[in-house]
Design a protein around this ligand. Structure first.
Ligand code: SAH
Ligand code: SF4
Ligand code: F3S
Length: 457
């Protein structure tokens, strides 16, 4: 890539800043942790280009949407926000709008955005490092730029410091990109491309730089971290080995990872989790459905029994491990009996937390062609019954913490998380703590989604 557009934009924005103020940017992020990490880097990139960050869309001269399309609701929200931008742009012709991220990787998206000419630049998930070039091109020509070409190699957002992050104490580190699993309901493999692992040396270098910069907690990120190195024939234990190496980095107090696919969870990983004290005793293990028949339809490649056996092994090897999950209700063909199997698994595992979704049809996925869809009313009812089952289980788990003192990493004033990721609200008489500190909190109250306590600090 030529450095010229980047330089030109920075110089242009510097000149504006001399006259008065730097143009202000606002990034709105949607979707998963990986998108959040991308958004951090995009913010850093825009700062390098001479823009100043602002906290609200209304204040901004430059708005970037980093989109998600995993469910229709995410897309609806984005188009809702875009329609407000259209109104804002009518009042402020100079407003510059960029849309990037997963939504832009869908077929026919160019046609969609040509109907939204107030969007200046649309770029993809694999070519966003070329954003300065696209912005400059759109500014120079005054025409909309749509470029979603996929480059070869790792879709890394290069050119910003690896220590770029939103929070002082924690950061995500991508260990792989894309997904090859093709779960029948899911659009991610189509919009994020093939599964590719980053070289361990790059990951470790980034993690070391973050630790040296004051980061206490690192989350290793990928759509299926358990498959790390699989395409490079690195073998089943590659992720466990990586975890051990990250664990050796001085300065890190907590190491997390997500997401784990149940089909690839190795014995070596369970052993590493049990053995390494700074690896958090929590695992996000999406179930999707408790019915073996639905799981086969979904192409998840495990059965109800496999899932239960895995959670039993985890609970046996790591006492008190917090298992969280994702569950979809109303998948095409899901019967009452299938749904009850999901409830049964939820009860048996005793989930510490769960993201619950109503199935959303994504065009281009195998499930989208099914005609045996579950009526909306039935799906809504099942959703209510699922959460009514899950919440008391989550609360009962949190009740076990009442009377105990838990080590809490402070995330903001009066709020933090335990190693097993339980949200802790706390009061403290002296408030002698800083963000990122590990402090003892004595728990006195438990709810489904958090506990409350008092810190002696
Ligand atoms: N890679 C992760 C999931 C990423 S998407 C994994 O496999 O575990 C996050 C969650 O969104 C999924 O676990 C699933 O529960 C949900 N999801 C994905 N596609 C969906 C769809 N079409 N409808 C409803 N929920 C969906
Ligand atoms: Fe989607 Fe399945 Fe890949 Fe997760 S593992 S991102 S649900 S295709
Ligand atoms: Fe959404 Fe893309 Fe993540 S579709 S869930 S932002 S990988």
């Amino acid at each position: 890539m030529t450095e010229e557009p980047r330089y030109l934009l920075a110089a242009h924005n510097d000149a504006l800043a001399q006259e008065g103020r730097a143009p202000r940017f606002f990034v709105r992020n949607y979707g998963c942790q990986m998108n959040e990490r991308d958004a951090e880097k995009l913010r850093a990139l825009l700062s390098q280009l001479g823009y100043a960050q602002t906290k609200t869309q209304e204040d901004a001269d430059f708005i970037l949407y980093n989109t998600c399309c995993v469910r229709k609701s995410a897309e609806d929200k984005i188009f809702g926000h875009l329609s407000r931008v259209k109104t804002a742009k009518a009042a402020n012709k100079g407003l510059f709008v960029v849309v990037c991220g997963c939504m832009t990787q869908q077929p026919d998206i160019a046609q969609v955005f040509r109907k939204h000419p107030y969007v200046n630049v649309v770029c993809g998930t694999a070519n966003r490092h070329r954003l300065p070039e696209f912005i400059w091109q759109a500014m120079e020509t005054g025409a909309q730029v749509i470029d979603i070409n996929e480059d070869e190699g790792l879709p890394e957002l290069t050119g910003v410091p690896v220590t770029t992050r939103e929070y002082p104490h924690k950061a995500g580190v991508n260990i792989m990109y894309g997904c090859d699993n093709y779960c029948a309901f899911c659009i991610v493999p189509y919009v994020r491309g093939r599964e590719k692992s980053r070289p361990a040396a790059d990951i470790l270098e980034e993690a070391r730089a973050l630790a040296a910069d004051g980061v206490k907690e690192i989350m290793l990120l990928g759509q299926n971290v358990n498959a790390y190195g699989k395409n490079d024939k690195a073998g089943e234990g590659a992720f466990a080995d990586l975890l051990r190496q990250v664990h050796d980095i001085p300065g890190l107090a907590r190491i997390r990872f997500m997401t784990s696919h149940p089909k690839d969870f190795s014995g070596a990983l369970i052993a590493a989790m049990a053995e390494l004290p700074r690896v958090c005793k929590s695992v996000h293990l999406p179930l999707q459905s408790g019915s073996t028949r639905v799981l086969a339809d979904m192409n998840r490649q495990y059965t109800q029994e496999d899932y239960l056996a895995l959670t039993r092994r985890l609970q046996g090897a790591i006492p008190d491990i917090a298992i969280t999950t994702d569950i979809i209700v109303g998948y095409p063909g899901e019967t009452e009996e299938d749904f009850e199997a999901t409830l049964a698994v939820a009860r048996q595992v005793g989930f510490a937390g769960a993201f619950t979704f109503i199935y959303s049809q994504r065009s281009g996925t195998p499930a989208a062609s099914r005609t045996d869809t579950v009526p909306r009313k039935t799906a809504n009812e099942r959703f209510e019954r699922l959460t009514a089952t899950l919440y008391p289980i989550m609360e009962a788990r949190n009740q076990q913490l009442v009377g105990r003192t838990v080590e809490t990493m402070v995330e903001e004033q009066g709020k933090g998380r335990t190693g097993d990721n339980t949200l802790v609200h706390f009061t403290s008489e002296k408030a002698a703590y800083a963000i990122g500190d590990l402090i003892p909190v004595r728990v006195h109250t438990a709810r489904s989604f958090y506990v409350k306590g008092i810190s002696s600090l």
